[in-house]
Design a protein around this ligand. Structure first.
Ligand SMILES: Cc1cc2nc3c(=O)[nH]c(=O)nc-3n(C[C@H](O)[C@H](O)[C@H](O)COP(=O)(O)O)c2cc1C
Length: 389
């Protein structure tokens, strides 16, 4: 098999942009409102600096990281992405397989286009399930029971979608699933034959995990069902009930404050994903790396904190750990890789991130994740200052 040649995530993004129909690339790349939040996430990571220690033997480096009952090969995993197979046919099973082979966790979205049962077969020890809580309790109970039955060890409940966001690129493109065949869409399909033929062969992706709850057969109504299910009514009491219902590890995704994270911890959650949904919900959300240190200080050293949003390199992963995270999720970075080079790119992308993180650890003089976290050699640039160095 020809291994795709990869230099960095921004090259992959550029190639993904060329290979995808515009409405698909915009769905992946875009965010809410002006997209300042998307840019802020990434820029904030770039602006964090790491203080190197010299004369530490770093010839052998160990990235292995314990989290939520397992030891993973490296301190990161795959974030849940809805409509993964729309971004490239076969993306979801290929990424799950690559994650399992690399001993990293793969999070399947409720809005994924591969069944949770199939992903559990592909990556039985490495799959986490991300839950969007539906309106009807019996639907929530059923999907949670399916995740439990098929062996998912971690349930990640996303709480930062109280309302549908206004994503202007999607609005301009009239983005819907299944997509409407307008003249503009036909032009895009013809200009991107690899994607179009692959999608034709695989079939237009469907929300297979929630179809049964929509109680309608037409696909457009199923998409409308998913939107209508977005539930601002999901609150702390409902989270408490979910905690009581799910017997394994429960992680809350989408908290951005110390108060909420402490409350989630005290309610019995096993971890928090500090996340602003990749800038796709609230344009004015702070960058996650900026709020992380205060959240870590509030929840204490032992409570599992995962962070995502704007992570584009292994060096960003190291910065997240230095700022207080135990673990990182990569979202768009993986999807750019798969869109750029097809599903076989999933493994090489993981290898690239591991290599970058490992080199960064070596450059700053920390041979493993434990020593890095105990020193936290991170400096946050305060605007206009001399970095406090
Ligand atoms: C195309 C796309 C679809 C997403 N779908 C979901 C989803 O279904 N559930 C969820 O919890 N988060 C979803 N997210 C958010 C990601 O899980 C993650 O928080 C975000 O992508 C991290 O930011 P990054 O892409 O800058 O790494 C999605 C993000 C993107 C880009």
């Amino acid at each position: 098999m020809n291994m795709p040649h990869m230099t960095c995530v921004s090259d992959l993004r550029a190639r993904a942009r060329r290979r995808l129909p515009r409405f698909v690339f915009d769905y992946l790349d875009g965010g809410a409102g002006s997209e300042a939040g998307v840019r802020r996430n990434e820029q904030a990571f770039d602006e964090v600096l790491l203080k190197p220690r010299a004369l530490v033997n770093c010839e052998a480096r160990d990235l292995s990281t314990p989290l939520l009952g397992r030891t993973w090969a490296a301190p990161f995993g795959i974030a849940p992405i809805g409509l993964g197979n729309l971004i490239w046919p076969g993306a979801e099973p290929a990424i799950a397989r690559a994650a399992a082979q690399a001993n990293l966790p793969y999070t399947l979205s409720t809005a994924a286009t591969t069944s949770l049962e199939r992903i559990a077969e592909i990556a039985p020890q490495h799959c986490w399930f991300q839950l969007y809580v539906a309106r009807r309790d019996e639907d929530v109970d059923d999907i949670v029971a399916r995740a439990e039955r098929t062996g998912y060890q971690v349930l990640m409940v996303t709480v930062d979608v109280p309302l549908a966001a206004r994503r202007l690129r999607d609005i301009r493109n009239h983005f819907t699933v299944p997509f409407r065949i307008t003249p503009g869409v036909v032009v895009e399909l013809l200009r991107h034959p690899a994607w179009s033929l692959g999608t034709l062969r695989a079939g237009v992706p469907r929300f297979v995990n929630v179809e049964k709850y929509a109680r309608v057969s037409d696909r457009r109504s199923i998409a409308a069902y998913l939107t209508s299910e977005i539930r601002g009514g999901f609150d702390w009491e409902a989270l408490e009930r979910l905690r009581a219902r799910w017997p394994r590890r429960l992680v809350v995704k989408g908290l951005m404050t110390a108060e909420d994270s402490v409350r989630a911890r005290d309610l019995g959650c096993d971890g928090v994903v500090v996340s602003n949904h990749g800038g796709r919900q609230l344009d004015s959300a702070p960058a996650t790396i900026d709020v992380l240190p205060s959240i870590r200080a509030a929840v204490g050293p032992a409570f599992p904190l995962i962070v995502d949003c704007g992570v584009r390199s292994g060096e960003h992963i190291v910065k997240a750990l230095a700022a207080g995270a135990d673990f990182v999720l990569i979202g768009r970075a993986m999807m750019y890789a798969v869109a750029a080079h097809g599903p076989t790119a999933a493994g090489p992308l993981l290898a690239l991130m591991i290599d970058e993180a490992s080199r960064c650890l070596g450059q700053i003089g920390y041979p493993d994740v434990v020593s890095l976290k105990s020193h936290a050699p991170f400096v946050r640039r305060t605007y206009g200052s001399n970095y406090g160095l």
